[in-house]
Design a protein around this ligand. Structure first.
Ligand SMILES: [Zn+2]
Ligand SMILES: [Zn+2]
Length: 247
């Protein structure tokens, strides 16, 4: 290994811890739901009272939406999908839903760090996915300009931080899908799914974690996963919340 590669490799985790500590001193952690101050040592971003209101979700099936026990494959054989698995912090309901509304629509970007860090830590504890890079689900550019930020990008950034891996914004959402006839053959294949284009270095065989704020019908994440899968990445998905399917 070249010396500068070694340096890069050994630098990341301590740097990550220092940044986290510095941040905690400047901005002591608060409960995500009621904003009450938490102990600096708190590993869960919820106060005691709000923990009682919180229903953790965990793993669920990307195909049928069934909640799964760790390590248990779903009986509907989801391995045929580009998305190998899904993990969410909670169901999209009650106070958790209101908190995500503040994050998404009312400019409360500061929620990204505790949410993303917690998502990364729980994912590491509860799955054996071992992702090597994190890919945010992009917003349409005009929507990002309106809002001033992409909440999925922010969430993904802090999920990557907790996992100690890099954030790679490999997907773009074109303003309007380009006409198929104007594209080369390989670009046409990517454009089949329409909503996303791959941009950046190839990562064949790498384990990617796609991050979105809310997983509802799953259509967006499935399309994003299909584009990454087409580029030979192994894709898993994570979200701050998901909408359970009615069965
Ligand atoms: Zn609270
Ligand atoms: Zn299933």
């Amino acid at each position: 290994m070249l010396p500068d590669q070694q340096l890069k490799k050994s630098r990341r985790p301590p740097g990550r811890r220092r940044t986290g500590l510095f941040w905690r001193l400047l901005f002591p952690p608060r409960c995500l739901l009621c904003r009450r101050l938490l102990a600096a040592s708190s590993t869960v971003p919820l106060c005691g009272g709000c923990r009682a209101l919180f229903t953790p979700a965990g793993l669920f099936c990307p195909r049928c939406g069934k909640e799964l026990l760790s390590g248990q494959p779903c009986s509907c054989a989801p391995e045929i999908l580009p998305l190998r698995g899904l993990f969410a912090l909670s169901r999209y309901e009650g106070p958790w839903r209101q908190m995500l509304h503040r994050f998404k629509f009312r400019g409360e970007r500061a929620l990204a760090r505790p949410l993303g860090n917690w998502l990364g830590r729980l994912l590491e504890e509860e799955t054996d996915w071992r992702p090597e890079l994190v890919v945010p689900v992009p917003l349409h550019r005009h929507r990002e300009e309106e809002r001033g930020y992409n909440q999925s990008y922010l969430l993904a950034r802090f999920t990557a931080e907790a996992l100690g891996i890099s954030l790679q914004p490999l997907l773009v959402r074109p303003e309007a899908a380009p006409a198929q006839s104007s594209l080369s053959y390989s670009r046409r294949l990517e454009n089949v799914h329409g909503a996303f284009l791959y941009r950046g270095k190839p990562y064949p065989g790498k384990r990617a974690l796609l991050v979105d704020d809310i997983y509802s019908t799953g259509a967006t994440m499935q399309e994003a996963a299909a584009v990454l899968h087409h580029r030979e990445l192994i894709v898993f998905g994570a979200a701050a919340a998901y909408t359970p399917r009615l069965s």
